[in-house]
Write a protein that binds this ligand. Sequence first.
Ligand code: FE2
Length: 377
Amino acid sequence: MSTVIDDKPKLYAEAADFMPLNGTDYIEMYVSNAKQSAHFFRTAMGFQPLAHAGLMTGKRDYESYVVVQDKIRIVFTSPLKSGTEIGEHIDKHGDGVKVTALWVDDATHAYNAAIERGAKHFMKPQKEEDEHGHVVRSGIYTYGEVVHIFVERDNYNGIFLPGFQKWETHSTFPTMGLKYVDHMVGNVELGAMNKWCDFYKEVMGFAQIISFDDNDISTEYTALMSKVMSNGNGRIKFPINEPADGKKKSQIEEYLEFYEGPGVQHIAVATDDIIKTVTQMRDAGVEFLRVPGTYYETVLDRVGSIDEDIAPLQELGILVDRDDEGYLLQIFTKPLTSRPTLFFEIIQRKGAQSFGKGNFKALFEAIEREQELRGTL
Ligand code: FE2
């Protein structure tokens, strides 16, 4: 079987919208030092300070910093003492994504609909309020220890959520043009991909829009399989990867070994000007994967004419791919955590709704060169 990309009207019609999702509300990472993680995302990736909760706001067990860039909100949370669930999560997985929060109109309905369809409970609907109004949040588990929290915030006009204060700081750093979460990818164990795709289909009402098998995604050494699940309005896309048999350890197996289980592999964030965004991020210290210069000798033969000059794309290592609807530009960071686990993708879509299949081979060979250096291939 090869790649299947259904046409869009059909695929979105296939998703059953019993649980309408308006978009990604926030992503929460459990990290060992929230203060410094937030600082890195501000200085190196252009996020702005938004909100804070901790000792100063009456929290005794943990501290959170929230950063924002356009529609993207990321929360960094660290424990303030030993023996906490957050601390155990960090001990097992290292720094990683715990929560993908989804913005809904009715968090009680979303929770009940998911639980009725077989979701594993994480948090019953609860009303949280302060002087700025109230939110309702509820939560269910997905793969590994990752959870989806449903956030209903129509009746809230505070800075982030009840319990948070505006994060005041004297320092300012430039934004870097990141606009919204385009997709978020999970790595699951061998044989578990279909189970989690069924979960998104049956429990969340998503539809499968694309699948790749090991004939699409294999190099001399490694292989993986992937399916992309989308909600009805297309605002939430969750590709799910599992390893396939290869000669050596695949990047997915490396992730599963170092994360000690399934988890979020990468978060793709969209920009309208990838050359500018990546130049800023690189100058600020973010490291990106590089493909060989030979990639650029043939790229235009493969994708046809594009608006951008090739020179700055090559200089920065930005990749190009095309599908029936247009083309896309993309680049991947090296892991942002000490363990070779979580990374970010920067993507600029110029019509294309796919995920860069034409770049997989060059990309995975680049990842394998890094694995080789880490001694984990
Ligand atoms: Fe991606």
